[in-house]
Design a protein around this ligand. Structure first.
Ligand code: DOR
Ligand code: ZN
Length: 342
């Protein structure tokens, strides 16, 4: 196959940041995707409808001239979020989901939830008005190994949460384990996003030839058997699994540091990365539904009608793209790719 034409996709999990960083990265996403679910982990986080409206305006203002893009906003759940905040978010129409970060789990998550049970009144309201809950599904307990944090979150928190709120629509974000795949398959009203890094790389990438901080993201890359399980889920044609890049830009210096930030930047070449992953298991025919159909179906939004084309061309992922003071290293920098969006 030399060309692959599919419905324009959407990115159901994206970090755009703010200010100059937003202006630098947004054009990459706009080039590939029609819409994206925008993560609220700014400093300070997006906690109210007013915060989300102002952030949405800044995103709209940063869209390159003449291009189309719809930011789908989210609220950041804190210990102080009220059921009333949820009702107002629902009424806003432009807030499509609420994001749960366990306090301290990842970048800018200090204001996150300290105890998931404290959120029950809010989850009740979300279930009532049918507002999806997006989960960073990791525990933060120091006695739980970093590589087990997703599995333990599912056992300790997600299974009980779904028992308390069976109709709450949940997205388990950026899944990394076969445990997550199995749980999502077994439960109702739950879906999952899958990133390009978790489809293409296992945890060896973090240590290949030395410590490689540009493969460090959270949840962290896992064993090969988990990568294989994610690939099978992504190509299964099951609408519970759809595209969410988790593209999360950090400057080169903040990643190449004694305490490097978590996040992989993939907005530059997201679709191409997914195409490589799907082709590696001879499932390119399953890419369109994963990238362009199942996400809008879950969020009850219309599918896009425009089409985009990838062509078979060899090119190399650049070592760096311009960004802030020290540049941005794309996921898989320097590696050869065989698909390119035209
Ligand atoms: O690797 C990550 N980076 N995981 C997250 O959950 C947050 C993200 C970020 O905002 O940089
Ligand atoms: Zn994220």
């Amino acid at each position: 196959m030399q060309k692959l034409t599919i419905t324009r996709p959407d990115d159901w999990h994206l970090h755009l940041r703010d200010g100059a960083a937003l202006k630098a990265v947004l054009p990459y996403t706009v080039r590939q995707f029609a819409r994206a679910i925008i993560m609220p982990n700014l400093k300070p986080p997006i906690r109210s409808v007013a915060d989300a409206a102002a952030y949405r305006d800044r995103i709209l203002a940063a869209i390159p001239e003449g291009q189309q893009f719809e930011p789908l906003m989210t609220l950041y759940l804190t210990d102080n979020t009220s059921p009333d905040d949820i009702l107002r978010a629902k009424e806003s129409q432009f807030i499509k989901a609420v994001k749960y970060y366990p306090a301290g789990a990842t970048t800018n998550s200090d204001s996150g939830v300290t105890d998931i049970q404290k959120g029950d009144r809010v989850f009740e309201a979300m279930q009532q008005v049918d507002m999806p809950l997006l989960l960073h599904g990791e525990v933060t307990d120091n006695d739980v190994d970093t590589f087990d944090r997703e599995k333990v979150f599912i056992e300790r928190h997600l299974i009980p949460l779904k028992q308390r709120f069976p109709n709450l629509r949940v997205v388990l974000e950026h899944i990394t384990t076969s445990d997550a795949v199995q749980y999502v398959l077994s439960a109702n009203t739950i879906a999952a996003t899958i990133t390009p890094q978790h489809l293409l790389f296992n945890r060896n990438a973090l240590f290949k030839g030395g410590l490689c901080p540009h493969f460090y993201c959270l949840p962290i890359l896992k064993r090969e058997e988990h990568r294989q399980a994610l690939l099978q889920a992504a190509i299964s044609g099951n609408p519970k699994f759809f595209l969410g890049t988790d593209s999360a830009p950090h400057t080169r210096t903040s990643k190449e540091s004694s305490c490097g930030c978590a996040g992989c930047f993939s907005a530059l070449h997201a679709l191409e990365l997914y195409a490589e992953a799907f082709e590696s298991v001879k499932a390119l025919d399953k890419l369109e539904a994963f990238a362009s159909f199942y996400g809008p179906d879950f969020y009850q939004l219309p599918r896009n009608t425009e089409r985009i084309t990838l062509s078979k061309t060899t090119w190399r992922i650049p070592d760096e793209v311009p960004f802030m003071e020290s540049g941005l290293v794309p996921l898989g920098a320097g590696q050869e790719m065989t698909w390119q969006m035209v």
